[in-house]
Design a protein. Structure first.
Length: 278
């Protein structure tokens, strides 16, 4: 039994067992990501979240047979690596502008045995040449920053600031880039706040890019509360029948925790789908 199998206490399928657990350096930690996969993150920086996990889960659930994937603003690589674990035969490209996050993601990907089908590019996905004009992907994912820099208290930590505030583009930029690089019939999955004014922003981003939100699922973090975020699945309007382009299916909310504090049965099923005990 190798080191990974000895440490892992959950359930894992379908991804391969990686060759090693990443070694965390000073100021870093190593966290279980999905199945046997691990991710390196800064102890005081941006850490992978439920938002990231749900983006990957939703995208791969509605596009389970993808052969190629693209993750925009990939940070430390959580969304892209979860997608790669859930789609073991697919190839993925991720794009991230912050050098520190790129370095962490590359070490995590290497330890997870992904080098042959997982490319991490350092750059701003809005800049020409970072994603080649002719490149298209079956699945595009992204976790756009939630707020303009003028809203709220902006963190001094560069990782946290870029994760939550629109330092390098908004949800409109994510939608435009996704629409440009989706293969015919491809899917763009993202997460965004569900408050009415924020929902209007993601709807505007989709329209500006020529996308249709074909389905959306609000997320409730505690049973009885209002949804704080939602996951969205979009397709290019040009790829859809004309009669379908004005329709969005809103699914029942996904509840993360019950009123008593335990995981809700449906979220337990999500955890199981990502290789963890329910």
């Amino acid at each position: 039994m190798n080191q990974v199998q000895r440490i892992f206490k959950g359930w894992a399928k379908p991804g391969p067992v990686p060759p090693a657990v990443p070694v965390a350096g000073e100021g870093e930690s190593c966290a279980a990501l999905c199945g046997h996969f691990w991710v390196l993150q800064l102890e005081n920086g941006h850490r992978f979240s439920t938002d990231d996990a749900l983006t990957a889960w939703y995208g791969t659930s509605w596009a389970p047979t993808v052969k190629t994937g693209l993750d925009l603003g990939s940070g430390i690589g959580t969304v892209g690596m979860i997608c790669a674990w859930r789609c073991p035969g697919a190839r993925f490209v991720t794009v991230e502008a912050q050098a520190e996050s790129v370095a962490l993601a590359r070490r995590s990907a290497a330890a997870n045995g992904l080098e042959d089908r997982y490319e991490i590019r350092h750059g701003d996905f809005r800049e020409p040449g970072v994603i080649r004009e002719e490149e298209t992907f079956d699945l595009v994912t992204g976790s756009p920053p939630y707020w303009p820099e003028t809203d709220g208290i902006v963190s001094e930590h560069p990782q946290k600031r870029a994760c939550r505030f629109e330092v390098r583009g908004s949800v409109v930029d994510y939608c435009r880039t996704a629409a440009k690089h989706l293969a015919t019939g491809g899917l763009f999955a993202c997460v965004f706040p569900y408050a009415p004014h924020q929902l209007e922003r993601v709807q505007h981003g989709a329209r500006e890019a020529g996308l249709v939100i074909v389905r959306q699922r609000p997320v409730v973090f505690r049973e009885g509360d209002e949804p704080l975020i939602a996951v969205f699945a979009m397709m290019r309007a040009a790829d859809l029948p004309e009669w379908f382009r004005g329709q969005t299916w809103t699914e029942p909310p996904l509840i993360v925790r019950t009123k008593a504090g335990g995981y809700h049965p449906e979220y337990s099923a999500v955890k199981l789908a990502m290789g963890f005990q329910p």
